[in-house]
Design a protein around this ligand. Structure first.
Ligand code: MG
Length: 265
C-alpha cells in the first residue's frame, strides 16, 4: 500500500488512471469563493423561525449544498410530519433570500482569488458549480473574480433538479465543459454534501474546511485532500495540478503531502 499513500496516486489507482489529465477545476461558490456561509446559516434560521419552524444555524452548515426545497422538506418532515408543497417552499425560500440580503455583503473568501488565478496560470479552466440561486452573489462573481471563470460552463440552482449530495451538479459541469470525464477534472468543496456529490461524480475532491464543522465531516464523505483555508490551498494548488498530471513513475516527489501535516488522510 505504501506506493499508493499519496492521495492523488491512490485516487488514480482506484479509478484505473495512470495519471489525471486535468482540463478544469470545478469550484463550489458559498464557503469557497465567497465567505457567505455565516449569512446563509443565519438567514435559514430566521426564515424558518418566521414560519414557526426550527433550523439551528449550526445545523444549516450540515445542509449546505442542498436545494432550498431539499432543506425545507427536511425541516417540515421533522417538525410537521409532512413534506412541504411547492408554494410553501417558494415562500420560505423567498423569506430566506430576504434575510440573506439584509446582511452585510459577504466578501471574497481570503486566498480564493490566488487559487483560481494559479489554476488559470496552469492552463486549467476554472468553472463554478453551485446549488445556489442567490443572485446577489452570482451577479458579483465577475466583479470579484474578473475574467477568471468560464461563465457559459457555470452550473447554478436553475440548472439542477436534484442538487447535492446527488452527483447531478458535477456531472452537469463536466457535460457543459464539453463532456469531459472525472479524469479531466477536480472539485473544490467546503461542505459535506458537496464533497459527497463530487465523490459520487467520480471526481478527485479537495475539501477546504472554511466553516465550523470538524474536519471529519468532510473526510468521512471521501474528500481526497483537506485544507483549512483557501489561502493554504493557494500555496499548494500548482503542485497538486503538476503532480496530478505526472504519470505514476514520476509522481509523488512533487507533492510533499506528508510533511505538511494537514494534507492527506
Ligand atoms: Mg459551499
Amino acid at each position: 500500500m505504501e506506493k499508493w499513500s499519496n492521495p492523488i496516486r491512490q485516487y488514480c489507482h482506484t479509478h484505473g488512471y495512470d495519471r489525471m489529465k486535468l482540463k478544469t477545476i470545478m469550484f463550489d461558490m458559498d464557503g469557497v469563493l465567497f465567505d457567505s456561509m455565516p449569512n446563509h446559516a443565519w438567514a435559514w434560521h430566521k426564515a424558518m423561525e418566521y414560519y414557526g419552524l426550527d433550523l439551528p444555524e449550526a445545523e444549516a452548515f450540515m445542509h449546505e449544498g442542498r436545494t432550498g426545497a431539499g432543506t425545507i422538506n427536511i425541516v417540515t418532515r421533522r417538525q410537521l410530519g409532512r413534506g412541504a408543497d411547492a408554494d410553501e417552499c417558494e415562500r420560505i425560500y423567498k423569506k430566506k433570500s430576504e434575510y440573506f440580503n439584509q446582511r452585510p455583503e459577504a466578501g471574497r473568501m481570503p486566498g480564493a482569488i490566488e487559487v483560481v488565478t494559479a489554476v488559470k496560470q496552469c492552463g486549467i479552466t476554472p468553472i463554478i458549480v453551485t446549488g445556489s440561486g442567490t443572485t446577489s452573489l452570482l451577479d458579483r462573481i465577475e466583479e470579484n473574480y474578473p475574467k477568471l471563470f468560464r461563465h457559459e460552463w457555470m452550473v447554478a440552482a436553475r440548472d439542477v433538479t436534484i442538487g447535492k449530495p446527488d452527483p447531478e451538479p458535477y456531472l452537469m459541469g463536466m457535460k457543459k465543459a464539453g463532456n469531459i470525464t472525472p479524469q479531466q477534472t477536480m472539485v473544490v468543496e467546503n461542505a459535506p454534501l458537496g464533497v459527497q456529490a463530487g465523490v459520487a461524480a467520480g471526481c478527485f475532491v479537495i475539501a477546504v474546511n472554511t466553516g465550523p464543522l470538524p474536519d471529519s465531516a468532510l473526510t468521512n464523505e471521501g474528500a481526497h485532500l483537506l485544507f483549512h483555508s483557501m489561502t493554504e490551498l493557494s500555496q499548494h494548488i500548482k503542485d497538486i495540478i503538476h503532480t496530478s498530471n505526472q504519470p505514476d513513475t514520476h509522481a509523488s516527489d512533487h507533492l510533499d503531502i506528508h510533511t505538511s501535516g494537514n494534507l492527506g488522510l
